[in-house]
Design a protein around this ligand. Structure first.
Ligand SMILES: [Zn+2]
Ligand SMILES: [Zn+2]
Length: 414
């Protein structure tokens, strides 16, 4: 049996979903994908009629009804994200446009925004959505499992089996989200059933967003059946590696105030009823605390046999920006340097992982030194929280974290 490896990013968005760049066209995504080393991406937002038309006009069909192709060979699989009545996000992969239509017909009476919002809200429970998907032969899993607001396991449910009820066996995968990783999620024993996925949820095609997380899948070819087998771990097809952010860089890793961004010991935040004494805004519970203290039933380090490794990465453009002392990874100066590495070494992942440092130095000495720091785990983080990404800190510098001091009395206590 001839199986090969592909890099897949199965969750992104179109400009029809909120907060997404107008530049997020199939053409732009297809152009940037090979630079990141990706072969397969989700079309995203495929329930939306306007986006369907763009996908159909910009991409060519292939022999597989779920897979569409750009002129440079980048492949796309029909996919969407929906929001259930329980305010959780679910990812769906469809076997064909006719199944997209079939599912849409069933959702139609339970949503007014199927053609308005790329990520439609449905007045259906997680269980009902999973049932529709199972009947249509679609793949379903939950997105960014633990992130506040729309993660299935963020607040409303402590168990995905409870959330999906009778349909839990039809759920094959779970997206870890930027603020968690395999080591964290495997502390919850019921999640050992699921294949973990790691996707970008990109809202723009820039190289620090697209493919900032991806899955390495072992499949025979790029087809719906093969992707399905990989997510269900059948016939030797599987996810063999999750490439992820360090959870410290995720937007919801630590417990933090939404307003003043000060960090809290979660137990202190609980005592304060999740209200910040400094600025009165809401304190957002960190994913680390949610998992460790509220959901975990296993000690760290226990993984099911099928679980692949999970490696932490940093987008090359962020590493270059750090080396140059520039804040924004998409500034033009950074992009010019990034492009030089890609032109010389083919893909970002190659430059990050494989190319000897001495060769990287021939392009940009400072950036090469920072890639070396990355490879040696020397880049530090100010952890993210309350919707704010974590920040990279140069080796040798002290990451500054402002903790709420609970020895200070709050006004209410006087
Ligand atoms: Zn989402
Ligand atoms: Zn505050």
């Amino acid at each position: 049996m001839d199986l090969s490896i592909i890099n897949a990013d199965l969750h992104l968005h179109s400009p029809y979903a909120g907060g997404v760049s107008e530049r997020m066209t199939p053409r732009a995504v297809a152009e940037n994908a090979p630079l990141k080393g990706l072969q397969l991406l989700s079309t995203a937002d495929i329930l939306h009629e306007g986006w369907q038309n763009i996908i159909k006009s910009e991409l060519k069909p292939t022999g597989d009804e779920a897979i569409f192709e750009a002129t440079n060979g980048t492949k796309f699989i029909l996919g969407a994200e929906v929001c259930s009545a329980d305010r959780a996000h679910h990812l769906i992969l469809f076997p064909s446009f006719s199944k997209v239509a079939e599912v849409k017909e069933k959702f139609k009476n339970y949503s007014t925004d199927l053609n308005k919002d790329g990520r439609p809200r449905l007045r259906l429970s997680a269980e009902q959505i999973a049932e529709v998907c199972a009947e249509a032969g679609c793949l379903i899993g939950f997105a960014h499992a633990f992130t506040p607001y729309f993660g299935l396991l963020a607040t409303r449910f402590n168990s995905y089996k409870t959330a999906y009820g009778s349909q839990w066996k039809n759920v094959s995968f779970m997206e870890l989200g930027l603020s968690a990783d395999t080591n964290m999620a495997d502390r919850i024993s019921e999640l050992h059933n699921l294949t973990f996925t790691s996707n970008s949820d990109a809202h723009s095609p820039w190289p620090n967003k697209l493919g900032r997380e991806f899955n390495v899948l072992k499949v025979k070819e790029i087809s719906f059946e093969e992707i399905s087998k990989a997510l269900w771990r059948k016939d030797g097809r599987k996810c063999v590696l999750n490439v992820k952010f360090n959870p410290l860089e995720g937007k919801y890793h630590k417990t933090r105030c939404r307003g003043c961004l000060i960090y809290f010991e979660p137990k202190t935040a609980q005592k304060l009823n999740w209200k910040c004494p400094k600025c009165k805004d809401q304190i957002k519970k960190g994913v680390d605390y949610r998992i460790d203290e509220e959901l975990a039933d296993l000690p760290a380090g226990k993984h099911p046999e099928h679980r692949p490794a999970c490696v932490h990465t940093i987008p090359l453009s962020e590493i270059i920006a750090l080396s140059m002392g520039i804040k924004s990874a998409w500034s033009e100066k950074v992009q010019i340097e990034w492009r030089k590495f890609i032109d010389k070494f083919g893909t970002e992942i190659n430059a990050l992982i494989n190319v000897p440092i001495a060769e990287l130095e021939s392009i940009n000495k400072d950036a090469a030194i920072y890639v070396e720091h990355f490879r040696n785990g020397k880049i530090q983080y100010i952890p993210g929280g309350a919707g704010e990404y974590g920040k990279l800190v140069r080796p040798g510098q002290q990451p500054k974290i402002e903790m709420f001091d609970d020895t200070q009395k709050t006004l209410g206590e006087f």
